[in-house]
Write a protein that binds this ligand. Sequence first.
Ligand code: HEC
Ligand code: HEC
Length: 321
Amino acid sequence: MKKTLKILGILMGAIVLIVLFGAATIQFSGIPSYETNPPSLTVEPDSALIAEGKRLATLVCNHCHQAPSGKLEGKFMSDIPAEFGKVWAPNITQFPQSRLAPYTDGELAFLLRTGIKRDGKYAPPWMPKFPHLSDEDLHSIIAYLRSDARELQPSEKVQPAPQPSFLVKLLCRIAFKPLPYPDKTIEAPPITDKVAYGRYLVTSKIDCYSCHSEDFKTMNIEEPEKSGGYLGGGNPMLSPEDGKTVVYSANLTMDKETGIGNWTEEEFIKAVRFGQRPDGKPLRQPMIPFSALSGEEVSAIWAYLKTAPPIRNEVARNWGE
Ligand code: HEC
Ligand code: HEC
């Protein structure tokens, strides 16, 4: 009996040591690194490509990288829950010491598609990935980042490096993995094919689905439609305004009671482009008015949403007063 207890004790001790050792390894080695294999790519900029890149950046990059000064010099991200650590979006202006400056076009394409930075480190989910963006749209962002736009003029601001929590380091070992670099060119459907184009905007270009499904933890970047509660809303997010208030994403499916099945197309376009609901309530951040999207584009999104399976999910809107 005594002997068995002793062996048990030793075994338990060994398990505790192994767990501690594993935890220490994760804590000190941090976010994992991967091999980088950027494509050889030189984007040939022209004014149309740069203009589209600028528009796209206002839709999918600037709300994180743009400081109140207007420059893309980065900022503290107040809407990242404390359990994930402290995160700053870096300076991506043309300052020679910015995080963007050393990147080649190929390395940028590789980062934006796979999530692997040029130093091989994986960028955790606080920096989005664009595996299904068309090559042309991807090139437009790169052309824009090289352009002489005012907001990209050098700023010497240096943001602190993100301080990921143990949880993020752990998840980056077991759950979040870089995406493969596509082996074929990707083309966007024509805007005249409304449903297909709307789907492209929702799943690949503006990524409405990422916020509007049930949770970031069950989102499927490779196959967006397989995300948990696809477009059914309820994803809890912190308001970037105070870093405290929880705002749940809205149900964008056509369920008549809990979704937007009773809205008209005009009401939808107004909400998306100007942040105003049919009942007059202003939509709160992190939903931003997508005024850079054209009426035609939002109409395509509407056409696509009408084809997505309705989900009955009553979202707590906690409007406050
Ligand atoms: C939701 C917020 C968010 C959005 C949107 C976003 N980024 Fe980032 N970005 C970050 C954060 C946070 C980091 C820091 C990542 C890290 O080092 O862990 C980062 C890092 C970067 C880096 C530096 C990588 C390095 O080597 O350190 C570049 C370049 C970049 N982003 C470009 C972009 C571009 C271009 C877009 C739009 C297509 C974009 N980002 C959209 C938050 C964001
Ligand atoms: C960064 C996360 C995020 C992204 C990206 C996002 N949304 Fe939202 N959206 C929200 C949140 C959160 C709300 C709820 C706001 C509130 O309750 O005030 C919301 C609300 C809405 C509403 C209002 C619905 C209602 O019932 O009140 C519509 C419509 C909408 N979003 C459409 C879109 C579309 C279309 C896209 C893509 C072009 C998109 N959203 C992208 C977070 C996001």
